[in-house]
Ligand binder design. Structure first.
Ligand code: NAD
Ligand code: ZN
Ligand code: ZN
Length: 346
Protein backbone atom coordinates (compact mmCIF):
# COMPACT_ATOMS: atom_id res chain seq x y z
CA UNK A 1 0.00 0.00 0.00
CA UNK A 2 1.20 3.53 -0.79
CA UNK A 3 0.75 6.88 0.93
CA UNK A 4 1.46 10.49 0.02
CA UNK A 5 3.54 12.47 2.48
CA UNK A 6 5.09 15.90 3.07
CA UNK A 7 8.79 15.41 3.81
CA UNK A 8 11.84 17.54 4.59
CA UNK A 9 13.77 17.92 1.31
CA UNK A 10 17.39 16.83 0.91
CA UNK A 11 18.88 20.32 1.26
CA UNK A 12 17.27 20.84 4.74
CA UNK A 13 17.05 24.58 4.22
CA UNK A 14 13.39 24.95 5.14
CA UNK A 15 11.65 23.57 2.07
CA UNK A 16 9.42 20.51 1.83
CA UNK A 17 8.23 18.22 -0.94
CA UNK A 18 5.27 15.91 -1.44
CA UNK A 19 6.34 12.32 -2.15
CA UNK A 20 4.86 8.84 -2.43
CA UNK A 21 5.96 6.23 0.11
CA UNK A 22 5.22 2.60 0.91
CA UNK A 23 3.27 1.86 4.06
CA UNK A 24 5.10 -0.84 6.03
CA UNK A 25 3.27 -3.64 7.87
CA UNK A 26 2.22 -2.90 11.47
CA UNK A 27 4.23 -4.17 14.43
CA UNK A 28 3.00 -5.21 17.89
CA UNK A 29 1.13 -2.39 19.64
CA UNK A 30 0.77 -0.21 16.55
CA UNK A 31 -2.24 1.15 14.68
CA UNK A 32 -2.62 2.52 11.17
CA UNK A 33 -4.32 5.90 11.01
CA UNK A 34 -5.87 7.23 7.84
CA UNK A 35 -5.15 10.91 8.34
CA UNK A 36 -7.99 13.37 7.76
CA UNK A 37 -6.25 16.63 8.67
CA UNK A 38 -2.81 17.81 9.72
CA UNK A 39 -2.02 21.40 10.70
CA UNK A 40 1.27 23.09 9.87
CA UNK A 41 3.07 24.26 13.02
CA UNK A 42 6.03 26.62 13.05
CA UNK A 43 8.01 23.74 14.58
CA UNK A 44 7.65 21.93 11.21
CA UNK A 45 9.41 24.91 9.69
CA UNK A 46 12.24 24.67 12.26
CA UNK A 47 12.61 20.93 11.51
CA UNK A 48 12.57 21.54 7.74
CA UNK A 49 15.30 24.14 8.22
CA UNK A 50 17.41 21.79 10.34
CA UNK A 51 17.27 24.16 13.35
CA UNK A 52 17.62 21.24 15.80
CA UNK A 53 19.50 18.75 13.58
CA UNK A 54 19.16 17.62 9.98
CA UNK A 55 16.35 15.19 9.13
CA UNK A 56 16.22 14.92 5.32
CA UNK A 57 13.31 12.78 4.11
CA UNK A 58 11.48 12.84 7.45
CA UNK A 59 7.68 12.86 7.15
CA UNK A 60 6.67 16.05 8.98
CA UNK A 61 3.59 16.79 11.04
CA UNK A 62 2.47 16.61 14.67
CA UNK A 63 -1.02 18.10 14.37
CA UNK A 64 -2.50 14.99 12.79
CA UNK A 65 -6.07 13.75 13.22
CA UNK A 66 -7.44 10.64 11.56
CA UNK A 67 -9.37 7.43 11.77
CA UNK A 68 -7.93 4.09 12.88
CA UNK A 69 -8.19 1.60 9.99
CA UNK A 70 -6.00 -1.28 11.26
CA UNK A 71 -4.78 -2.43 14.66
CA UNK A 72 -1.94 -4.87 15.34
CA UNK A 73 -1.73 -7.45 18.12
CA UNK A 74 -1.33 -5.97 21.56
CA UNK A 75 -3.52 -2.92 20.97
CA UNK A 76 -6.03 -2.64 23.80
CA UNK A 77 -7.12 1.01 23.82
CA UNK A 78 -8.09 1.56 20.17
CA UNK A 79 -10.47 -0.02 17.73
CA UNK A 80 -11.09 0.44 14.01
CA UNK A 81 -13.05 3.64 13.39
CA UNK A 82 -11.75 5.57 16.42
CA UNK A 83 -10.72 9.17 15.71
CA UNK A 84 -7.29 9.89 17.22
CA UNK A 85 -4.43 12.39 17.34
CA UNK A 86 -0.85 12.20 16.08
CA UNK A 87 0.98 14.59 18.41
CA UNK A 88 4.58 15.71 18.99
CA UNK A 89 4.67 13.23 21.93
CA UNK A 90 4.74 10.24 19.59
CA UNK A 91 6.01 7.68 22.10
CA UNK A 92 7.75 7.71 25.48
CA UNK A 93 9.58 4.80 27.10
CA UNK A 94 6.79 4.46 29.64
CA UNK A 95 9.04 3.54 32.54
CA UNK A 96 11.57 6.32 33.33
CA UNK A 97 11.36 8.91 36.12
CA UNK A 98 9.71 11.43 33.75
CA UNK A 99 7.22 8.98 32.24
CA UNK A 100 6.23 7.87 35.73
CA UNK A 101 5.81 11.31 37.30
CA UNK A 102 3.46 13.10 34.90
CA UNK A 103 6.29 14.64 32.86
CA UNK A 104 6.32 12.20 29.96
CA UNK A 105 7.14 14.92 27.40
CA UNK A 106 10.61 15.11 29.01
CA UNK A 107 11.32 11.35 28.60
CA UNK A 108 14.97 11.09 27.48
CA UNK A 109 14.16 8.38 24.94
CA UNK A 110 11.01 10.02 23.61
CA UNK A 111 10.12 9.89 19.92
CA UNK A 112 8.55 13.02 18.40
CA UNK A 113 6.22 12.90 15.40
CA UNK A 114 7.59 14.72 12.39
CA UNK A 115 11.06 14.96 13.94
CA UNK A 116 12.46 11.67 15.27
CA UNK A 117 9.55 9.57 13.94
CA UNK A 118 7.57 9.88 10.71
CA UNK A 119 4.62 12.14 11.47
CA UNK A 120 1.07 12.93 10.49
CA UNK A 121 1.54 15.18 7.45
CA UNK A 122 0.65 12.30 5.16
CA UNK A 123 -2.38 10.37 4.02
CA UNK A 124 -1.44 7.56 6.46
CA UNK A 125 0.55 7.30 9.67
CA UNK A 126 1.57 4.35 11.85
CA UNK A 127 1.26 5.22 15.54
CA UNK A 128 2.01 3.58 18.85
CA UNK A 129 -1.56 3.00 19.98
CA UNK A 130 -0.87 3.90 23.63
CA UNK A 131 0.09 7.45 22.63
CA UNK A 132 -2.85 8.16 20.29
CA UNK A 133 -5.34 10.33 22.19
CA UNK A 134 -9.00 9.95 21.27
CA UNK A 135 -10.85 12.98 19.90
CA UNK A 136 -14.10 13.55 21.82
CA UNK A 137 -17.47 13.59 20.05
CA UNK A 138 -18.59 17.08 19.12
CA UNK A 139 -15.14 18.36 18.23
CA UNK A 140 -14.65 19.13 14.53
CA UNK A 141 -11.65 17.07 13.29
CA UNK A 142 -9.99 19.99 11.47
CA UNK A 143 -10.25 22.11 14.63
CA UNK A 144 -8.98 19.14 16.68
CA UNK A 145 -5.81 19.13 14.56
CA UNK A 146 -4.93 22.63 15.83
CA UNK A 147 -5.49 21.60 19.43
CA UNK A 148 -3.14 18.61 18.96
CA UNK A 149 -0.13 20.96 19.15
CA UNK A 150 -1.00 24.68 19.19
CA UNK A 151 -3.91 24.17 21.61
CA UNK A 152 -2.40 21.73 24.07
CA UNK A 153 0.93 23.58 24.14
CA UNK A 154 -0.62 26.91 25.08
CA UNK A 155 -3.18 25.28 27.41
CA UNK A 156 -0.26 23.64 29.24
CA UNK A 157 1.80 26.83 29.07
CA UNK A 158 -0.95 28.84 30.75
CA UNK A 159 -1.32 26.06 33.35
CA UNK A 160 2.43 26.21 34.05
CA UNK A 161 2.25 30.03 34.33
CA UNK A 162 0.12 29.60 37.46
CA UNK A 163 -2.07 32.55 36.46
CA UNK A 164 -5.26 32.83 38.51
CA UNK A 165 -8.68 34.24 37.57
CA UNK A 166 -8.61 38.02 37.27
CA UNK A 167 -4.83 38.25 36.98
CA UNK A 168 -2.97 39.63 33.95
CA UNK A 169 -1.34 37.29 31.48
CA UNK A 170 0.82 38.56 28.60
CA UNK A 171 0.75 36.33 25.51
CA UNK A 172 3.74 37.12 23.29
CA UNK A 173 3.04 36.05 19.71
CA UNK A 174 -0.49 35.85 18.34
CA UNK A 175 0.18 33.30 15.60
CA UNK A 176 -1.02 29.71 15.40
CA UNK A 177 -0.19 29.05 19.04
CA UNK A 178 -0.78 32.51 20.49
CA UNK A 179 -4.36 32.99 19.33
CA UNK A 180 -5.34 29.71 20.99
CA UNK A 181 -3.32 30.70 24.06
CA UNK A 182 -5.38 33.88 24.31
CA UNK A 183 -8.56 31.81 24.22
CA UNK A 184 -7.44 29.27 26.84
CA UNK A 185 -6.13 32.02 29.13
CA UNK A 186 -9.31 34.06 28.86
CA UNK A 187 -12.08 31.48 28.59
CA UNK A 188 -10.69 28.54 30.58
CA UNK A 189 -8.42 30.17 33.18
CA UNK A 190 -10.38 33.45 33.58
CA UNK A 191 -7.29 35.65 33.16
CA UNK A 192 -7.14 39.15 31.74
CA UNK A 193 -5.07 38.87 28.59
CA UNK A 194 -2.62 41.12 26.79
CA UNK A 195 -1.63 39.94 23.29
CA UNK A 196 1.66 41.15 21.81
CA UNK A 197 2.70 40.67 18.18
CA UNK A 198 4.38 42.64 15.40
CA UNK A 199 1.53 42.15 12.94
CA UNK A 200 -1.63 44.28 13.22
CA UNK A 201 -3.82 41.69 11.47
CA UNK A 202 -2.89 39.02 14.01
CA UNK A 203 -3.51 41.48 16.85
CA UNK A 204 -6.97 42.34 15.50
CA UNK A 205 -7.71 38.62 15.45
CA UNK A 206 -6.38 38.19 19.02
CA UNK A 207 -8.73 40.96 20.12
CA UNK A 208 -11.64 39.11 18.49
CA UNK A 209 -10.53 35.97 20.35
CA UNK A 210 -10.84 37.79 23.68
CA UNK A 211 -7.61 39.73 24.32
CA UNK A 212 -8.31 42.73 26.60
CA UNK A 213 -5.28 44.71 25.42
CA UNK A 214 -3.25 44.29 22.23
CA UNK A 215 0.21 45.77 21.63
CA UNK A 216 2.25 45.95 18.43
CA UNK A 217 5.85 45.42 19.61
CA UNK A 218 7.20 46.84 16.37
CA UNK A 219 5.61 50.20 17.18
CA UNK A 220 5.67 50.36 21.00
CA UNK A 221 7.82 49.09 23.88
CA UNK A 222 5.49 46.28 24.97
CA UNK A 223 7.00 45.78 28.44
CA UNK A 224 6.74 49.50 29.21
CA UNK A 225 3.10 49.69 28.07
CA UNK A 226 2.23 46.59 30.13
CA UNK A 227 3.94 47.97 33.25
CA UNK A 228 2.07 51.29 32.84
CA UNK A 229 -1.36 49.83 32.12
CA UNK A 230 -1.43 46.87 34.52
CA UNK A 231 1.36 47.39 37.05
CA UNK A 232 3.11 44.43 35.42
CA UNK A 233 1.64 41.16 34.24
CA UNK A 234 1.40 38.32 36.75
CA UNK A 235 2.65 35.94 34.09
CA UNK A 236 3.87 35.90 30.50
CA UNK A 237 3.75 33.09 27.96
CA UNK A 238 6.11 33.48 24.99
CA UNK A 239 5.13 31.83 21.71
CA UNK A 240 6.86 34.41 19.50
CA UNK A 241 9.73 33.20 17.33
CA UNK A 242 12.04 36.00 18.43
CA UNK A 243 14.60 36.57 21.15
CA UNK A 244 13.36 40.16 21.50
CA UNK A 245 9.99 38.86 22.68
CA UNK A 246 11.61 36.66 25.37
CA UNK A 247 13.57 39.62 26.67
CA UNK A 248 10.50 41.84 26.69
CA UNK A 249 8.53 39.16 28.56
CA UNK A 250 11.04 39.22 31.43
CA UNK A 251 10.60 43.00 31.62
CA UNK A 252 6.79 42.98 31.42
CA UNK A 253 6.01 40.91 34.54
CA UNK A 254 5.59 42.26 38.06
CA UNK A 255 7.76 41.13 40.99
CA UNK A 256 7.23 37.42 41.61
CA UNK A 257 6.02 36.97 38.02
CA UNK A 258 6.62 33.88 35.93
CA UNK A 259 7.72 33.76 32.29
CA UNK A 260 6.85 30.58 30.41
CA UNK A 261 9.01 29.95 27.33
CA UNK A 262 7.32 28.08 24.48
CA UNK A 263 8.61 29.56 21.22
CA UNK A 264 11.69 27.86 19.83
CA UNK A 265 13.94 30.36 18.00
CA UNK A 266 17.39 28.70 17.95
CA UNK A 267 19.11 31.46 19.96
CA UNK A 268 19.74 32.64 23.55
CA UNK A 269 17.82 35.19 25.59
CA UNK A 270 19.32 37.80 27.95
CA UNK A 271 18.63 37.42 31.65
CA UNK A 272 19.61 40.24 33.99
CA UNK A 273 20.73 38.57 37.22
CA UNK A 274 19.66 41.50 39.46
CA UNK A 275 16.22 41.49 37.77
CA UNK A 276 15.79 37.74 38.39
CA UNK A 277 17.09 37.86 41.98
CA UNK A 278 15.80 41.18 43.32
CA UNK A 279 12.35 40.88 41.71
CA UNK A 280 11.99 37.11 42.16
CA UNK A 281 11.26 36.42 38.50
CA UNK A 282 10.91 32.82 37.35
CA UNK A 283 11.64 31.69 33.79
CA UNK A 284 10.53 28.20 32.87
CA UNK A 285 10.28 26.19 29.65
CA UNK A 286 7.16 24.27 28.72
CA UNK A 287 7.05 21.54 26.09
CA UNK A 288 3.73 20.58 24.43
CA UNK A 289 1.58 18.64 26.93
CA UNK A 290 1.02 15.13 28.24
CA UNK A 291 -1.67 12.83 26.88
CA UNK A 292 -3.83 13.92 29.82
CA UNK A 293 -3.29 17.61 28.99
CA UNK A 294 -4.33 16.90 25.40
CA UNK A 295 -7.47 15.11 26.55
CA UNK A 296 -8.36 18.18 28.64
CA UNK A 297 -7.50 20.65 25.86
CA UNK A 298 -9.67 18.67 23.40
CA UNK A 299 -12.57 18.69 25.83
CA UNK A 300 -12.57 22.50 26.14
CA UNK A 301 -12.67 22.59 22.34
CA UNK A 302 -15.57 20.15 22.24
CA UNK A 303 -17.42 22.36 24.73
CA UNK A 304 -16.96 25.36 22.42
CA UNK A 305 -14.85 27.42 24.86
CA UNK A 306 -11.91 27.42 22.46
CA UNK A 307 -12.51 27.65 18.72
CA UNK A 308 -9.48 27.25 16.43
CA UNK A 309 -9.56 29.22 13.18
CA UNK A 310 -8.52 26.82 10.43
CA UNK A 311 -8.18 27.09 6.69
CA UNK A 312 -8.18 23.80 4.77
CA UNK A 313 -5.70 23.29 1.94
CA UNK A 314 -4.79 20.37 -0.35
CA UNK A 315 -1.52 18.46 0.24
CA UNK A 316 0.04 19.93 -2.94
CA UNK A 317 -0.08 23.33 -1.23
CA UNK A 318 2.38 22.23 1.49
CA UNK A 319 5.46 24.01 -0.02
CA UNK A 320 3.40 27.20 -0.40
CA UNK A 321 2.08 26.99 3.18
CA UNK A 322 5.65 26.71 4.54
CA UNK A 323 6.58 29.81 2.57
CA UNK A 324 3.52 31.73 3.83
CA UNK A 325 4.40 30.80 7.42
CA UNK A 326 8.00 31.90 6.95
CA UNK A 327 6.70 35.26 5.73
CA UNK A 328 4.32 35.56 8.71
CA UNK A 329 1.25 35.71 6.48
CA UNK A 330 -0.94 33.13 8.21
CA UNK A 331 -3.76 34.07 10.59
CA UNK A 332 -4.96 31.06 12.60
CA UNK A 333 -3.76 27.74 11.20
CA UNK A 334 -3.30 26.22 7.76
CA UNK A 335 -4.55 22.65 7.86
CA UNK A 336 -3.83 20.10 5.16
CA UNK A 337 -6.98 18.26 4.18
CA UNK A 338 -5.74 14.81 3.13
CA UNK A 339 -8.96 14.05 1.31
CA UNK A 340 -9.33 17.45 -0.30
CA UNK A 341 -12.27 17.31 -2.65
CA UNK A 342 -12.02 20.84 -3.95
CA UNK A 343 -12.68 19.76 -7.51
CA UNK A 344 -9.18 20.52 -8.74
CA UNK A 345 -7.21 17.77 -10.36
CA UNK A 346 -4.83 16.56 -7.63
P1 NAD B 1 3.53 31.35 14.05
O1 NAD B 1 4.51 31.67 12.98
O2 NAD B 1 2.13 31.00 13.66
O3 NAD B 1 3.45 32.51 15.12
C1 NAD B 1 4.56 33.20 15.61
C2 NAD B 1 4.12 34.63 15.89
O4 NAD B 1 5.18 35.34 16.52
C3 NAD B 1 3.74 35.40 14.62
O5 NAD B 1 2.41 35.88 14.73
C4 NAD B 1 4.75 36.53 14.59
O6 NAD B 1 4.23 37.71 14.02
C5 NAD B 1 5.06 36.68 16.07
N1 NAD B 1 6.29 37.42 16.37
C6 NAD B 1 7.47 37.41 15.70
N2 NAD B 1 8.33 38.26 16.28
C7 NAD B 1 7.71 38.80 17.35
C8 NAD B 1 8.07 39.74 18.36
N3 NAD B 1 9.28 40.29 18.39
N4 NAD B 1 7.16 40.05 19.30
C9 NAD B 1 5.93 39.50 19.29
N5 NAD B 1 5.52 38.61 18.37
C10 NAD B 1 6.40 38.27 17.40
O7 NAD B 1 4.18 30.12 14.84
P2 NAD B 1 3.49 29.06 15.85
O8 NAD B 1 3.09 27.86 15.08
O9 NAD B 1 2.53 29.78 16.72
O10 NAD B 1 4.78 28.62 16.72
C11 NAD B 1 5.42 29.57 17.55
C12 NAD B 1 6.71 29.01 18.15
O11 NAD B 1 6.38 28.03 19.13
C13 NAD B 1 7.64 28.32 17.17
O12 NAD B 1 8.99 28.64 17.48
C14 NAD B 1 7.38 26.86 17.41
O13 NAD B 1 8.47 26.03 17.06
C15 NAD B 1 7.17 26.87 18.90
N6 NAD B 1 6.43 25.74 19.46
C16 NAD B 1 6.80 25.29 20.67
C17 NAD B 1 6.12 24.26 21.27
C18 NAD B 1 6.50 23.79 22.64
O14 NAD B 1 6.06 22.72 23.02
N7 NAD B 1 7.27 24.54 23.39
C19 NAD B 1 5.03 23.66 20.61
C20 NAD B 1 4.66 24.16 19.37
C21 NAD B 1 5.35 25.21 18.79
ZN1 ZN C 1 3.73 22.18 16.97
ZN1 ZN D 1 10.43 7.69 29.59
Amino acid sequence: MKMRAVVVNQAVEGDVEVVERDIRPLEFGEALVEVEYCGVCHTDLHVAAGDYGEKPGRVLGHEGIGLVTQVADGVKNLKIGDRVSIAWLFKGCGSCEYCNTGRETLCRSVLNAGYTADGGMATHCIVDADYAVKVPDGLDPAQASSITCAGVTTYKGVKVSGVRPGQWLAMYGAGGLGNLGVQYAKKVFGAHVIAIDINDGKLAFAKEMGADIVINAAKEDAAKVIQEKTGGAHAAVVTAVSKAAFNSAVDCVRAGGRVVAIGLPPESMDLSIPRIVLDGIEVVGSLVGTRKDLEEAFQFGAEGLVVPLVQKRPIEDAPAIFQEMREGKITGRMVIDMKCACGHNH
